[in-house]
Every structure is written in C-alpha cells, then in structure tokens.
Write a protein that binds this ligand. Structure first.
Ligand code: ATP
Ligand code: MG
Length: 394
C-alpha cells in the first residue's frame, strides 16, 4: 500500500492574535490556493493553526507543491505527513510503512504525539510509546533518544484524521502577503533592490514595482533582466505589476543644463518624485528602495536627506543597516543573485559624475534643479509609463 500524503503548514500563533486572526488566515489560505493551482487538484483547508494541503488525486505534484509552500510568507513550519484513520491499528501500520524512508542516516529518534481529539482511546504518552515500539521493530539501526534525537516522528490525532510525519521543514516565516498594505518597490537590475522587495513582502506588504529605463542609453536586455528579477521575487511576493518609466529626456536635460557633480542627486529626486506619483495612482502607501547607508555617494546620510526631501510619503529601506555581504547572502537564498550580477547598464550608471557630491546641501541642489522645468519633465515622464504584469512560476 502506498500511503496517502498531505502537507501540514503551520502558521504559528504570534502574529495572528486578536480580532485580525481570521483576516490573516483567509489571506494565507487564498495565497496557498493560488500557488496550488499550478500543481494539480488539491483540497486546501485550515484548522488548529494549520493549513492542510491534500491532493485530490494521484496526478497532483506533491514535490512541486511542497517547494511552493516553502515560499509562502506566514508559514513557520511544514511537514509532509501520511494520513491514516483514527485508530491505533491504522496509525501503527502507516508508521511502519511511511516513516522508515526518513530514517536513513539517522541514529536516534523520538516520537511526539498530540491528541487534539480527546475522545481518542489512548493519551499522547501511550501513543508515543506504542509507535516508538513499531518503529524500533521496523528499523533496527535506530534507537530512542528523548533528549537530543536526530529526528522527531510526530503522530497527531486531529479533527479530520490522524497524521504521521517524520521531520519538519522551515517555512518562509513573516506575515501573509497583503496583510500589511501595498508598497512600491524601486526595482533596478542590481543586487539590493530585489532583496529589499523580498524583505517587505515578508512583512506582509503587497508589492508593485517601478523600474526606470533610459532607452537607448539602457538596452532592451537590461529591461528583460529586471523583469526576470521581478519574476523571481514574485515567487515569494505573488503576482506583481512592474511599471516602467523612461528617464531619457530628464537625463538629457540634466546633462545639458546642470552641474555634473549633481547629476545623480538630481536624478534621484526625479526618481522619488515620479515614484510618489506612481504610488498614489496605484494605491501604494510607501516607497521601498535597496539603499544601504554609505554604500555609494548617493547613499550618505546627507544625500538620502536630499532625496527624501523631494517626497512626502514613507520610504522604507530594509537594507539600510546591512553590509553588502549580508545582502548577497539573502540574494543567493532567494535566487536573485545570479541574475543581478549579469552586466547590464542601469540608468543610474549612464552619465555618472566623476566627482559626485557626498555631502550635498539641499539649497545648492535646488539651485541646480531650478535650471530646468522640473514639473514639466515629471509630467512628460509620467506619460511614458507602461505596465507589465508578472505572473509567478511558483
Ligand atoms: P541596486 O543594487 O539595488 O541596484 P545600487 O547599489 O545600484 O542598488 P543605486 O543605483 O544608488 O544603488 O540605487 C539605489 C536604489 O535606488 C536601488 O536599490 C533601487 O531601489 C533604486 N533604483 C536605482 N536604479 C533604479 C532604476 N533604474 N529603477 C528603479 N529603481 C532604481
Ligand atoms: Mg546598492
């Protein structure tokens, strides 16, 4: 007999207390259902701080679903479990058939049982003892260690049935996407901004992205790279709209009219202003950038002060206190790093000043800014906006 397997995704209690609990749970279930649609037919329901993912037929792709579920924010732990009837005979038989495959290379184990159905004949201690015996009978290489086991075998007697699992996998953590508002991510082709998007999505923010291009100074391939990055982030953040705005004319005007040392700062003030406009149009309550303090000239405290002064909307910078190495570690973990390091130009890297101001004063920046018609250029740039919808391949 092949055991019927399901996924048990635990979402923990911490963030889910109080009146908002049902809202969080609904968002989480909805997100899980969206992802499951790519892997076949599943029944997805919840009970006791757990989302159950149960395949409806043998065509459902459990391995695919398992890795997709590991990218859903709000889930703290996932186990693969075999389903059995709520009696000891069925639980023992299932444990004997299902558990040994997980014990290769393990020396010690213990059984932990949970009995939320109090009508069940045995208590949890008795269940653990009996199933421990079954495993010892079937796997002669392993012994019990209740203090520091290599693997924990779990038996759960729950509302809808009994479940046997061996080992647990870490979930993505965080809060369900969509439970903490909508934010606009300024997405370049670099390493930092995809990480920034991932981090805010992890806190429950639904992400829209905004990318600035400067065609023909930036290429078609540079844009494709950004869309590729958005696609990887969307495996965690869910569906995402990427808005693209052209800065070509703005950059040409800056080069023609303003002092070179100020190019980057001026450009960043345009970027933030346009981002604020896009955010308001698309219902986003904050901007998100990949800036890290002191990383480049435009990310000194003074420079960030000058760019922030252009807007009147919260700007979240989750990488601000991180070293490049720490950002790279996250980029590797989420799978954006290899794409980010492909060498394509960004609009920030065309027309870069030789001696950018690192301690700019706002008054002096404004003198330069006033040499061109700021509002007219912003308006014109807004007219170039187009949107690409990114549907994740979970
Ligand atoms: P990253 O590694 O994220 O590209 P960076 O180190 O290249 O960042 P900057 O070029 O100063 O640093 O950009 C800082 C932030 O400004 C980026 O993290 C991103 O949020 C935003 N940004 C830069 N270029 C663009 C762009 N072309 N489109 C949208 N946002 C951008
Ligand atoms: Mg950076």
């Amino acid at each position: 007999m092949k055991c019927k397997e399901i996924l048990l995704c635990k979402y923990g209690e911490i963030v889910l207390k109080g009146a908002n609990r049902k809202y969080f749970e609904d968002m989480l279930c909805r997100e899980m259902k969206k992802r499951a649609a790519n892997y076949g037919a599943f029944d997805i329901y919840r009970a006791q701080s757990t989302i159950y993912i149960e395949p409806k037929d043998e065509y459902a792709d459990m391995d695919g679903m398992f890795s997709a579920a590991q990218k859903v924010f709000g889930i703290v732990a996932i186990s693969r479990a075999a389903v059995c009837e709520k009696n000891m005979e069925s639980i023992s038989k299932t444990a004997a058939e299902y558990v040994p495959q997980f014990l290769d290379g393990k020396k010690t184990f213990k059984v932990e049982s949970k009995r939320s159905d109090k009508a069940f004949a045995l208590d949890s201690m008795e269940i653990s003892r009996e199933i421990g015996g079954v495993i010892l009978d079937n796997c002669h290489h392993i012994r019990v260690d209740v203090h520091n086991p290599d693997i924990i075998v779990k038996v759960e007697v729950r509302e809808f049935g009994a479940y046997v699992s061996a080992g647990q996998f870490k979930g993505a953590g965080g809060m369900p996407v969509g439970t903490n508002g909508r934010g606009l991510l300024l997405l370049s082709g670099g390493i930092d901004s995809p990480v920034a998007g991932y981090m805010l999505a992890k806190r429950g923010v639904r992400i829209d992205a905004l990318h600035f291009e400067s065609f023909p100074y930036t290429s078609e391939r540079a844009r494709e790279k950004v869309l590729e990055l958005a696609k990887i982030v969307s495996e965690y953040a869910g569906e995402m709209n990427v808005h693209v705005v052209s800065l070509t004319h703005i950059q040409e005007e800056l080069v023609k009219n303003c002092e070179e040392d100020y190019f980057t700062l001026l450009l960043r003030r345009y970027m933030m202003t346009i981002a604020e406009r896009v955010a308001k149009e698309k219902g986003c309550m904050a901007l998100i950038t990949g800036e890290s303090l002191g990383q480049v000239a435009s990310q000194t405290m003074q420079a960030i002060g000058v760019t922030d002064a252009a807007v009147n909307i919260p700007v979240f910078r989750p990488c601000i206190g991180m070293d490049k190495e720490e950002i790279v570690t996250i980029a590797r973990k989420i799978g954006t790093f290899e794409t980010s390091i492909q060498p394509y130009e960004d609009c920030c890297t065309v027309f870069t000043p030789k001696h950018p101001r690192t301690k700019p004063e706002l008054e002096k920046v404004l003198v330069q800014e006033n040499k061109v018609d700021f509002n007219a250029l912003v308006e014109e740039a807004m007219g170039t906006l187009y949107t690409v919808k990114i549907t994740p391949e979970y």
